[in-house]
Each structure stands twice: as C-alpha cells, then as structure tokens.
Design a protein. Structure first.
Length: 237
C-alpha cells in the first residue's frame, strides 16, 4: 500500500512538475513575441522620426516646375535646400533661394510655383545694394560695378527690362537665370515693395540636384561674380 502510494505520488509529482514546466513556456514565448514587436516598432519609428526631424529643421525638397532657372535648374529637377542658410550662415549674393510668394507673384506666372506657394530665384542684391540695368556694355551693375554672369542661360542678355533699384533693409533683389522667361523682381517693380523679397520669406538655399540621376550635382555659389561689388557680404533672416 505504501509502495503503491509512493509510486502514485512519484507519478503525480513528475506529472505535476511536467505540467508546471509546460505552463511556463507560453509565458516566455509571449514575452518574446511582445519584445520582438516592440523592437520592430522602434526600428521603424526611430529612423522615420530622424528623417522627419531632418526634413523639418534642416532641409527642404522640391521639384522645379518651370524653366525660369534654366539652364542651372531644369523642369523636373528634384532639389534639396538647406534651411540653415540665413539662420546659422548668411544669405549671400549668388545663392539660389527658395522663398514664399512675397506679393501675389504667382498670379502672374503660376508655373513658377514649387508647390505650397514657393518660388526659386537667384539672389542678386542684398540690403543697401544699388542694382541697375544696364550699363553701356549691357551688363547689370551692383553699386556701380558691372558683373559678368556665367549662370545666365546661353543666348539670353542680362536683362531686356531696365531697372534701377536700391534694396531696402530686410529685403532682397532676385532674378531668374533664364532672363527672358522669369517673372522675378523686374516684373514686380510696382508691387509696393519695388519687386523685393523680404529676407524673412526665404525658406532655404538650393544645395543639390539629386534627380534625375544624370543631372545629379552640387549647387555652388558663384562668389567671384560679386567679389568687387562692395556693400555687405551677407544677411541673416
């Protein structure tokens, strides 16, 4: 009787141990699945958050909609802009800037819109500059100094539209590289701000064409063009 009860007790004890051991396995498996889901979520969310922060604070991405900046920027080019220029580093003559529509410019040439009411042009005049067109040789002058502009679309003159503007504090004078097809500062001289763009409207400086791949290139500032014009060297937002 004792021997039988002992065997039964051993069997029950073994069975109980097996049952107890089996009950722990799903718990560990459940924790493992939860941990895997959590890790996978973090792997997805962290890079997405980093990209979102970079896009919000550091760079902008746009598609060129018109030919106003040919041949530097072509229709369909995908560009990257730096949002740090104007904040950490100054805006300078020769920069290609993206800016908010300052005074209903897009109603004149809707094709210039990058989307969201933005335009892209080259910064020619800084606050205090006297920008005029043209001298006896047909060149634009800044502070009385003629400039030779290698970025202007081949075959285009510097400007067929005469202008004589002193850039007021807090503003910029801009032109497209395709001078015969760009509704820039020259076209808005009577808009109440002499065709000038408020510095505060600038949202970025073009740094890169990343697509199409065969047009991939860095966009540099042609500093030598403006080396002798005097005036201030740059401005912050």
């Amino acid at each position: 009787m004792n021997e039988t009860q002992g065997r039964q007790g051993q069997e029950q004890s073994a069975g109980g141990g097996t049952t107890h051991h089996s009950a722990r396995k799903p718990a560990r498996g459940h924790r493992t699945r939860k941990s895997t889901i959590r890790e996978t979520t973090l792997i997805i969310l962290i890079p997405a958050l980093i990209v979102a922060l970079i896009r919000f604070f550091l760079i902008g991405i746009y598609v060129i909609p018109s030919g106003s900046m040919e041949n530097t920027l072509m229709i369909g080019d995908r560009i990257v802009t730096s949002k740090l220029d104007g904040k950490i580093t100054p805006l300078q003559r020769g920069d290609i800037i993206v800016f908010k529509d300052p005074d209903h410019w897009l109603t004149m040439q809707q094709d210039d819109a990058l989307g969201g009411g933005y335009l892209v042009k080259r910064l020619i005049g800084l606050p205090g500059d006297h920008v005029a067109c043209c001298d006896a040789t047909g060149d634009i002058t800044i502070n009385g100094v003629p400039i030779t502009e290698p970025y202007v679309k081949p075959g285009d003159p510097p400007s067929l539209i005469p202008f004589n503007v002193t850039v007021t504090p807090g503003n910029l004078f801009v032109l497209g590289d395709n001078r015969s097809n760009s509704a820039d500062s020259r076209y808005h001289l009577n808009d109440g701000n002499d065709g000038l763009v408020p510095v505060s409207d600038v949202v970025g400086v073009v740094k890169l064409v990343y697509w199409p791949f065969n047009r991939w290139k860095w966009i540099s500032r042609p500093a030598s063009v403006f080396a002798k014009v005097g005036g201030i060297s740059g401005v912050y937002e």
